[in-house]
Design a binder for this molecule. Sequence first.
Ligand code: ARG
Length: 563
Amino acid sequence: MDYKKVVAERIKELVEADVEFIEKFIEIPPMSEMGDYAFPCFQLSKIMRKSPTAISSELVDKINKIGFEKVECLGPYLNFFVDKAVFSKNTIEKILAEGDQYGSSEDGKGKNVTIDFSSPNIAKPFHVGHLFSTAIGNSLYRILSFEGYNCIGINHLGDWGTQFGKLISAYKRWCDIDALHREPIKELLRIYVKFHDEAEKDPALDDEARKYFKNLEDGSKEETELWNTFRELSLKEFQSVYNILGVKFDSYAGESFYSDKMDAVVETLEKKGLLVESNGAKVVMLDEYNMPPIIVKKADGATMYATRDLAAAIYRKNTYDFYKSLYVVGLDQSLHFKQVFTTLKLMGYDWADDCRHIGFGLVRFADKKLSTRKGEVIFLEDLLKESIDKTMEIINEKNPELENKEEVAEKVGVGAMVFTYLKNGREKDIVFEWKEMLSFDGETGPYVQYSYARGKSILRKVGEISGEIDYSKLDSKEEFELIKTLEGFNKAINHSIDKFEPSVVTRYAVDVAKAFNKFYNAHRISNVEDISLKNARLKMVEAVCQVIKNSLYLIGLEVVEKM
Ligand code: ARG
């Protein structure tokens, strides 16, 4: 039951204002002594031509109080105290009845949302920034789908551009074929770095690379085959990361997919008189918007990253008729997306306003130096493995008897990384620190997963719940706070959608775990003599587990039954 709505409806019965208007002003009081919901009557002064205090004392007598323990007026405020017994019963029964669907809705029905996320570059390492994008994108995908939106996950692979000319040149000169098949990305990175070093000494190499890319763009067989090999080998490596994370895409249309769709874009730009020549290049001037020009075609005729994004945006609109089109990409590309969206608008596409750059911050490591130059990169798979290994050490220490340890270490170790990415507002920079992120009692993935396993262990010990259940006995402060938190799941989800912020759901999962542990530390469960109270508590624990499971699912984590 949405109490806020109920409060608004009850007030509406007595005044000339609509429910939405009233609901907007309903507050959650800072202290529970002031009730669970409060309505400040100032808002009605104008309509009712009375002082706020006169209104509150008039309304308090007339208002329908069913479902509420009491309604009081305090100065200009009308304070509502929900009937805890009804509230607890409704909430817990709803959670248990809806199960894995608890928190979901049909709000987004009929609306398509494209989510461009992860989008690593072929022949380059999948780096910590791509993992950030992957974690956010995957979570938004799950959250929006849960609320009924039809999501299309797109991996906009960096599989086109002049760097492929360089790679072909480097391949022909220095590639170690065995190494390429053993560790493709490492070898491709090695020869790519070597190309840059050598080209510094011999600029003719750059001309050669340009020629190869031109051949590739013209569809020449040899270059195309090589490009295909690089792409396939890289994708295979990326796929293993996606498998570990449980991430899926609906489309792998990367930059190369638009190679035959860019002429049309250039033509439209030309027709609209938006293209200007600048040192031989074709650009769209954006001075008016305080931005540098967007380069559509270089002097040598080659297209750019931005050109492909223009083509991709139009293709996505035509193909998916999106309601929103999201781009989960680092904040360092903010200008790029502003330029692209502004250009689309100039082209006359009003839907450009539905395109949103979902930016995120930088990633640093407390205990590692991170540098992408000189080939000294952190490989993501190594990082995930390290997290899993470290989790295994903790398990071996805390619970050496645990069965299926490998599986648990993987779910918890990988989850801890994803959780760390998602727990703060996405625009904040992140510092990774093993000790902190793997801790079982901080605001971490392992902490939330551990709370779930604790709940499950209580339920396992008791077995079948039978006999009377009296929810009105869940009347302690800890119990009511916990149930109130459980009831707020859908609100947290909506809030997270409004801001495209998985962190809201992540924090919510922590709140549930915290409220549960507070309850657990203050009250007994399985050895309570009063059966109807014991059963009510057990049902509540069941509900807690369900809500933790659902919220973790929405951020891309799995629960474990024991840990
Ligand atoms: N491949 C790019 C990178 O690694 C990200 C692509 C993001 N998506 C887009 N449509 N531009 O930086």
